[in-house]
Design a protein. Structure first.
Lengths: 631, 206
């Protein structure tokens, strides 16, 4: 906390709650931004989870009238949108912010300012989207928001989707560029690309995918926005528009998005499995190769979401082949994890339980994925619960298990305390069993013929039992999540304090510094000697990693409120556009407000350009003091 | 890190990438342009798909005039050249020259925008509103997005030039001048594609 106090004292003298709030609103420290992402994403994860429970309550029994018609559509839409954009994405960014700079031996990220801006744009975008519940109804066109349904037939809820995601998407894009540059430019001496920990590798590839996948989303959202608010004709068939264009644009974004989410999870699993098997990751080079290959192929497969559109047998066959090809590098990864465990001293901590539970679960999702990749068969599965089962197996079984493994693994690094293992294991078993109970029956529901997004079914269709079991399983997942929250509260209050090398068997650089790390991360930039360099040093009998430089003053950026204000400006603009569509009387005023928001943004950018941040220094003596205190 | 001011800056042949911050800005901006390329690519694809869907409105053959867009193209290409001269002057620490060439770039950018606004006005007059047809929506969106980029570039370079009188060429400002020139080249390249795909193809009717 001394580090923080220092930054604070340099900036303002306020005390108490306001000062605390100011610290968080103005922080540019990647470790603090990681915590913001974690709690921001966690908040939306809870909201999305409650929406999921509402869906399962409605579907628990046939002809239920708990949530019907458009209300059900709203809940389904918001569940999907929230979970993908506002829960999974920020939680991935939380892990990247918390760990990547530490793994490459960097003191900071390349663009601390942009990093903060990215977070605030994501968070306020999420708020904009969720305020739709209170301001005229939530979006109801599904998380894919297909045109012309969204642009012509649904009410003003769609505007919240279009503008809210535009904000949070812009934030994500900035975050991605920041991490690409950080990883490429700021690695410690000796940290060659082929010595980078696998989580850093997957973060790099994921960031690259974001860079090329999010602009199409931006354009797709803009086109719908212009259609909806300014009556353009991109998707309006009456004036020559073509709604299929939106499907293409959405999935050119949407398919890489799946890999954007799952690649970091693969990275986490690679770290956790290796650490808790006390072995070097098996097939490191092939892991890197597989990651790059998956990233490349992810842009070649979007049409498999559109097999039933009617693009013709040639297009469908090519995209089917490309889709099946992805199973090869993914399979390589699965075997590498198994071989890493083979002959290792496996520690079944909660983190590792999630990692081990991930492997078979994800394989099941992968197998149904290959089934869905066959166009002729897909005509049967399309838009049925089989698809729902498939993507929940890869997104929960892949992304969420991975993130939970990472959460338990790196929590001590982030907060300095180890999460309670007993409660952690309760979370794992309730969540794991609950998950399979919820989603395994949905394969059968889909094959029997239950369509997705329908709010009910008849009692004599043979769907009762499986739906009933599925809803019971959801309770298990809810219990797992609640126990996790309790665990976090208890640990924060009186958890066991973590050492720098919290698990005692850490392999990578983040474990070579105190938990939580000081603001400058590394008192001396480390010299990297190989893969798992910290483990190497420990095997040679060293307690610390060899430094690459003498101890000296460290330059750090000052905190700044500008990123938060910029996000507020764009939020004002977003609300201006949203309300411009609600009543025609106030339309001019609302458009003026929107213009004001954009103008304010430009003004803040000008201020940022004019005001150079001289930053501040940690002096050598101070660093020695802090490092002593941490031991 | 920004302490490179201690050495004589004139000994550096690449002031824009002399510091880690400069290197980061340089690389990060290239990545940003990569994202922008995909953004314009998507707009181009949409335009190509919709360019003959004129509904009851006028078509591109009826509207576009080659002399006007050719003039716009020349202006923007020349402005790219002036920004190259500005960067060359920057690398030789000739600040007055750099300012002159950048201001010239700004003036050419404004001239381009003036022409574009006249052109759009003319089209609206001839019955091509934003909501007329799928062609009109995709045309105005693609070319208008490019126009907004030009406007932003004009504002950005102007803001940098006004500051340059006070701040000069340092390892902090050099990366800023450099990436603004990169941005300017990028919108120029996009225009070359607009000229070919929107205007030439539109006039020939391909």
């Amino acid at each position: 906390m001394t580090a923080n106090a220092h930054a604070l004292a340099a900036y303002n003298q306020r005390k108490g709650f306001l000062s605390w709030l100011w610290t968080w609103l103005s922080t540019v420290d990647h470790k603090r931004i990681a915590i913001l992402y974690l709690f921001g994403g966690g908040l939306f994860f809870v909201i999305g989870g409650i929406e999921a429970l509402l869906i399962r309550i409605q579907l628990a029994v046939p002809q239920n009238d708990f949530l019907v018609g458009s209300t059900y559509n709203e809940v389904v839409t918001m569940h999907g949108t929230t979970m993908i954009f506002l829960a999974a994405m920020p939680l991935v960014f939380a892990m990247m912010n918390a760990v990547v700079p530490l793994q490459i031996g960097a003191r900071d990220v390349a663009f601390p300012f942009v990093n903060a801006l990215g977070f605030w744009l994501f968070f306020l975008g999420g708020i904009v989207l969720n305020t739709s519940w209170f301001l005229g109804g939530a979006p109801a066109g599904g998380w894919t928001a297909y045109a012309p349904l969204t642009t012509e037939f649904l009410g003003t809820g769609s505007d919240f989707y279009l503008l809210g995601l535009q904000l949070s998407g812009a934030g994500t894009l900035m975050g991605a560029i920041n991490f690409m540059v950080t990883i490429i430019n700021m690695r410690a001496p000796g940290m060659t690309f082929m010595r980078m920990p696998l989580f850093t590798w997957t973060s790099l590839i994921t960031s690259t995918l974001i860079l090329f996948a999010f602009p199409p989303l931006t354009v797709g959202l803009f086109l719908e926005f212009f259609d909806h608010i300014f009556h353009a004709n991109f998707f309006n068939t009456a004036k020559g528009g073509n709604a299929i264009i939106f499907e293409h644009i959405f999935w050119i974004f949407g398919h890489p998005e799946v890999y954007i989410l799952v690649l970091p999870a693969f990275g986490i699993i690679s770290e956790v499995v290796a650490t808790f098997s006390k072995k070097r990751l098996f097939g490191y080079t092939s892991m890197v190769f597989a990651t790059v290959l998956i990233g490349f192929l992810s842009f070649m497969v979007w049409v498999h979401h559109m097999f039933t559109v009617g693009l013709g047998p040639m297009a469908n066959s090519l995209f089917a082949l490309a889709t099946m090809t992805i199973a090869v590098p993914t399979g390589m990864k699965i075997f590498n994890w198994l071989f890493t465990m083979w002959g290792g001293q496996i520690h079944f901590t909660t983190a590792n339980l999630f990692a081990v539970g991930f492997v078979p679960t994800f394989v099941m999702g992968g197998v149904t994925g290959v089934m869905l990749a066959v166009p002729s068969a897909d005509s049967q599965y399309h838009d049925s619960y089989f698809v729902i089962a498939h993507f929940h197996y890869v997104i929960i079984g892949g992304v969420v298990f991975g993130l939970l493994a990472g959460l338990f693994y790196w929590w001590p690094k982030m907060f300095g305390k180890i999460l309670n293992e007993t409660l952690g294991k309760i979370t794992f078993w309730t969540f794991f069993i609950g998950f399979h109970l919820t989603f395994f029956p949905q394969h059968f529901l889909g094959l029997i013929g239950m369509p997705r997004r329908y709010f009910t079914y008849f009692p004599d269709e043979g769907l009762n039992t499986w739906n009933h079991i599925s809803s019971i399983g959801a309770i298990g997942m809810a219990i797992g999540a609640i126990v996790l929250v309790i665990n976090i509260v208890i640990t924060t209050a009186k958890g066991q304090k973590a050492a720098g090398d919290a698990w005692g068997i850490g392999r990578t650089l983040e474990w070579s510094i105190p938990s939580p790390p000081p603001e400058y991360n590394f008192a001396q930039t480390p010299l990297v000697k190989g893969i798992d360099t910290f483990w190497k040093e420990k095997m040679e009998g060293n307690k610390k990693v060899t430094p690459a430089e003498p101890l000296g003053d460290i330059h750090m950026p000052n905190p700044t409120i500008l990123p938060f204000l910029m996000s507020i400006a764009l939020t004002i603009a977003a609300y201006g556009f949203i309300f411009a569509n609600q009543t025609s009387a106030s339309r001019p005023l609302c458009l003026v407000i929107a213009a004001f928001g954009i103008g304010l943004m430009l003004l803040l950018m000008l201020i940022h350009s004019i005001k150079d941040d001289p930053g501040f220094h940690y002096h050598k003596e101070e660093i020695i003091e802090i490092e002593k205190g941490a031991e | 890190m920004s302490g490179a001011n201690h050495v004589d800056i004139r000994t550096l042949s690449h002031p824009e990438t002399a510091t880690l911050e400069g290197k980061n800005k340089f690389l990060g901006f290239w990545f940003f342009l990569g994202g922008e390329t995909v953004l314009f690519g998507t707009l181009f694809a949409t335009f190509i798909a919709l360019r003959n869907r004129v509904a009851t409105g006028p078509s591109s053959q009826e509207l576009f005039s080659l002399p006007l867009t050719f003039l716009s193209t020349i202006i923007l290409l020349v402005s790219s050249l002036t920004s190259v001269f500005a960067v060359l002057a920057m690398k030789e620490y000739k600040i007055r020259q750099m300012q002159l060439w950048f201001w010239l770039t700004v003036v050419l950018g404004l001239a381009f925008l003036g022409l574009e606004i006249t052109e759009f006005k003319e089209y609206v007059h001839e019955g091509l509103g934003y909501t007329t047809s799928a062609f009109s929506s995709s045309f105005y969106t693609l070319v208008g997005t490019h126009g907004c980029h030009v406007l932003f570039g004009v504002l950005w370079i102007s803001a940098l030039m006004i500051q340059s009188y006070k701040k000069g060429i340092t390892t902090v400002t050099a990366p800023k001048y450099y990436v603004s020139a990169l941005y300017w080249h990028f919108i120029d390249v996009v225009w070359v594609f607009i000229f070919t795909i929107v205007y030439l193809l539109g006039i020939l009717g391909g």
